[in-house]
Write a protein that binds this ligand. Sequence first.
Ligand SMILES: NC(=O)c1ccc[n+]([C@@H]2O[C@H](COP(=O)([O-])OP(=O)(O)OC[C@H]3O[C@@H](n4cnc5c(N)ncnc54)[C@H](OP(=O)(O)O)[C@@H]3O)[C@@H](O)[C@H]2O)c1
Length: 346
Amino acid sequence: MSQQQKVFRLPSKGAGYEAIEERQEPIPQIGPHEVLLQVHATTLNYRDLVIANGQYPFPAKDDCVPLSDGAGAIVEVGSDVEGIQKGDWAIANFDISNLYGPQQDWEHGLGGPIDGMLRHYVPLPASAIVKIPRSTKLSWGQLAALVCTGITAWNALYGNLPLRPGQTVLFQGTGGVSMTALMLARAAGAITIITSSSDDKLQLAKDKYGVDHTINYKKTPEWDQEALKITEGRGVDFIIENGGSGTIAKSLECIARGGIIAVVGFLKMADEMPDVAGLVLGKGAIVRGINVGAKQLTDDMIKFVCAKNLDVPVEKTFGFSRDQVVEAYKYLEAAGHVGKICIEVK
Ligand SMILES: NC(=O)c1ccc[n+]([C@@H]2O[C@H](COP(=O)([O-])OP(=O)(O)OC[C@H]3O[C@@H](n4cnc5c(N)ncnc54)[C@H](OP(=O)(O)O)[C@@H]3O)[C@@H](O)[C@H]2O)c1
């Protein structure tokens, strides 16, 4: 193994993705409780864009290796590690300290407060590793895509009262979280509704990804009323709330009695907040903040997705050069994508 590796770093939080630098650095040495992951693919998240442009509301360090998502093979195993072998296929949990239960802080997420996956080799605590079954038909990119959006979507649907077959799930937008949650919900027998600003994206969501109902939230700003019509007035059981404070009033209108609004994103800020407490009380609904997910949830998700060989929606793949990395960020920023954007690490 060569002693040097290609590493990308964002010199400071908010420097902008055009400032990302390519460097040569020594391959890290691992401790007795660590493993070394050789990354084969990584995927981008909205979080990576806002870390780069300085709008991320949580801690991120300067001179960080970006990106939380990586999938690959274990190439070194620390002397005290049990249950992981050289050659195992693996991903790491997004928060490397959160093994079980609610996330305790925002200090241990890959690619923000700690160095992430945009490099060939990553040292990781063995406890954060989730092994991938060899029988999987998923690509490295599809596996990487499960790290942040996959577990977030899984947590939204199974981290509290679990989704049941025949329930209705609404996804806001056609980005990574929404499309991954759509895949999971369909596989679980849910009735699915997706919203988008684009008819073309809605058509793709229908033709390629099999969503049951579509709503263009630009052409139909009262998308909550449309969701009520679709559900014959009953409302939807789960909402993947990507908009946040700016969309939650409408979500509260169309949530079913006892339904769950999983607050995932902050894509639309509110001019004026609704009376959330009053509306939640009236509906007997749950409004639940999602903080990615614990490793125990990632284990469950990987078991399900790999056993069913679900077709994780990766839309476009870029290469592992500085120009290609910048292009991948630009593509994410343009928001023309449906699903995930991948970088193949070679
Ligand atoms: N809480 C957590 O643990 C967690 C984890 C992962 C992600 N997130 C957050 O979740 C959000 C989505 O992340 P992502 O990676 O899926 O982003 P993404 O792939 O960049 O997708 C963004 C998509 O959201 C849609 N959108 C934008 N504004 C919208 C609005 N007002 N109403 C409905 N849809 C809207 C757009 O889809 P259309 O073009 O189809 O309209 C846009 O393409 C981000 O805020 C991200 O930071 C949070």
